[in-house]
Design a protein around this ligand. Structure first.
Ligand code: SAH
Length: 456
């Protein structure tokens, strides 16, 4: 019920109209689009990423799809994410936080709700992975600012894990109004820092390991899908890895090959009882989830992962996007986004038993459980302009319609076990010490978004 109260207190402020719905990276929508290039596309003249990859392959042989993806997306000099602002009308795709402010507002209430469910610790770190343009964090921080009273003087700080210096600049502009400083040395774990427009300390890091320890709510929206995957194929001789090689017929082009001998990855990453013939595994995502599980177990907190994904059922989801259209993954590398569906069954396995996992639940169910209908009504009540009203409704439809983003996008959470087994301790009058937790108390409060809140 706490999220209901929070929703009621949230003012009906419209801060930005929704952009026209563009192209999202979910799979079924992607299938209905045509490729913006075919595998027959001639490589771009002067594509330095292609030259870099072909010289690498010439030197050491075919590279894994994971290495290909890592180089193309995050190479420190020419990587796609490092060089581009790929979101929005002029970019390659659009995401939920960009579509509607309501998305971030409801996630802000989720963060508050989990902080309360953990007994309102006095220090609270909001950590976001891959914040894109900073829109999600911005909407969350507006909620924190409006519901400041509920936060009761907790020391809140904001921590962004972002590989792209270019996007960190866009985020800093959005979140601090350009009041941020870049660190003097490139080796500093904090490479940028400042104060948000709502008055909170904010820092940027390249890796989770550099983020300070302590109670944290971790958010990852359309982040895990950008992490490198290995691709495997079942053959008569056993599992073999699919790799990227130079096309012998056209040396300026790349092609996918099945390597004849097992690789370290093909021997280590496939489950013994695997039934599919084609499998994608994202070990980098697995490592991040393991580290999150350790932190949540030791320091308290929760992680919310939202992405398009499946529960260990899909086979070939590796794809590229450019200019809001599907794009051949091997054509003009570095000029297009690369992505693969998140395998939630793998993330759950990697999280292990030290944390409690819930989900995945569909975006439609999550947002409805969080009260998206109520929030939409409040904003509509406060908005007279017919075109803005139409955009608000269009954004709501895009986020929740099962044929659009409602079913394909899913939410998954990792929680400290105490969140589900212990009753919520009340803060003492002094505000610091927790009241002793009774051995047999009321049932723990439900985790917002993952169960119905009974909003009516
Ligand atoms: N969360 C945003 C942006 C999604 S795009 C949104 O939903 O709108 C992916 C984001 O992750 C970008 O900000 C990109 O620069 C960042 N990113 C990709 N790979 C990363 C990595 N390995 N480490 C840190 N950030 C990464």
């Amino acid at each position: 019920m706490r999220t209901v109260r929070a929703l009621q207190k949230l003012r009906g402020v419209l801060v930005r109209p929704c952009p026209p719905p563009l192209f999202v990276r979910s799979w079924s929508m992607a299938q209905s689009q045509s490729f913006s290039s075919s595998s027959a596309e001639k490589p771009m003249p002067g594509n330095s990423m292609l030259r870099h990859l072909t010289s690498k392959i010439k030197a050491t042989g075919p590279i894994s799809v994971a290495e290909y993806m890592r180089e193309v997306l995050t190479n420190p000099v020419m990587g796609y994410y490092v060089q581009n602002d790929m979101l929005g009308p002029d970019g390659d795709f659009i995401t939920s936080p960009e579509i509607s402010q309501i998305f971030g507002e409801l996630l802000g209430i989720w963060c508050l709700s989990e902080w309360m469910g953990a007994g309102k610790p006095s220090r609270f770190q909001l950590v976001e992975f891959g914040p894109g343009r900073g829109s999600l964090a911005n909407d969350i921080l507006r909620v924190f600012s409006q519901l400041r009273g509920a936060l009761g003087g907790a020391a809140v700080s904001v921590h962004l894990v972002e590989v792209s210096p270019k996007l960190s600049q866009v985020q800093a502009q959005c979140l601090t109004g350009d009041q941020s400083q870049v660190s003097a040395s490139e080796d500093e774990p904090v490479y940028r820092h400042g104060t948000t427009t709502t008055g909170l300390p904010i820092s940027w890091y390249r890796n989770l390991d550099d983020v300070p320890r302590g109670f944290s709510i971790y958010l990852a929206h359309e982040f895990f899908d950008a992490l490198p995957i290995h691709k495997f194929q079942g053959t008569e001789k056993g599992w073999r890895e699919v790799m990227v090689d130079i096309d012998p017929d056209e040396p300026g082009k790349l092609r996918l090959v099945i390597v004849p001998a097992p690789t370290l990855a093909s021997t280590q990453l496939i489950q013994a009882d695997e039934k599919r013939r084609h499998v994608e595994v994202c070990p980098e995502g697995g490592v991040i989830v393991q580290r999150l599980a350790n932190r949540i177990t030791e320091d308290g907190g929760a992680a919310l992962i939202a992405d398009y994904g499946h529960d260990g059922t899909k086979m070939d989801t590796f794809r590229g996007f450019k200019g809001h259209k599907l794009h051949d993954v091997l054509a003009s590398p570095g000029s297009a986004d690369l992505t693969a569906d998140v395998d939630y069954s793998y993330l759950r396995r990697m999280a292990g038993a030290t944390v409690a996992c819930m989900g995945p639940v569909s975006q439609k169910d999550f947002l409805k459980n969080m009260g998206i209908d109520t929030r939409l009504q409040v904003l509509l009540r406060n908005c007279a302009d017919p075109s803005t009203r139409a955009q608000l409704i269009q954004g709501y439809d895009m986020l929740t319609n099962p044929l659009k983003m409602g079913e394909r996008f899913q939410f998954f959470t990792m929680l400290n076990h105490s969140r589900l087994t212990r009753p919520e301790p009340e803060q003492s009058k002094g505000g610091k010490k927790m009241a002793p937790v009774p051995k047999k108390g009321p049932a723990p409060l439900p985790v917002a978004g993952f169960s119905e809140l009974g909003l009516s």
